[in-house]
Design a binder for this molecule. Structure first.
Ligand code: FES
Length: 117
């Protein structure tokens, strides 16, 4: 396990997302209602960057919405909450230390990725 610093907390809007690259992986680092998440920055439907979508609650879950066809992805699990996407996006563990946000892209994507700040 190796967490690496990806940005400052203040670099991310609340709610909102920031695209970062870590170990050749594009990641959307997302803030929503006091939590920080990291999700693969790629819609599983047609490879659009998720970081360009809206961050919102959908069906009770914190999600990021793909702007192209409207699938939302649960930021905790990466699972799409609605069609047309059917495959999950990878999610990664996040650690917030003070003003710094750390992500570990080596961890299995099925683990929850939320971290309180
Ligand atoms: S490209 Fe994302 S839902 Fe179609």
């Amino acid at each position: 396990m190796s967490f690496e610093r990806v940005c400052a907390l203040s670099d991310i809007k609340e709610p909102g997302s920031l695209r970062v690259e870590l170990d050749d992986v594009d990641i959307a680092v997302v803030r929503f209602e006091g939590d920080v998440y990291a999700i693969e920055d790629l819609c599983s439907h047609a490879e659009v960057p998720l970081s360009e979508g809206d961050v919102e609650e959908f069906k009770g879950a914190p999600t990021i919405e793909c702007w192209l066809h409207g699938s939302c992805f649960d930021l905790r699990t990466g699972e799409p909450t609605n069609l047309p996407a059917t495959e999950p996006a990878a999610v990664y563990p996040v650690r917030v230390e003070g003003e710094d946000v750390y992500v570990d892209v080596e961890i299995d994507d099925s683990l929850p990725a939320a971290a309180s700040n």
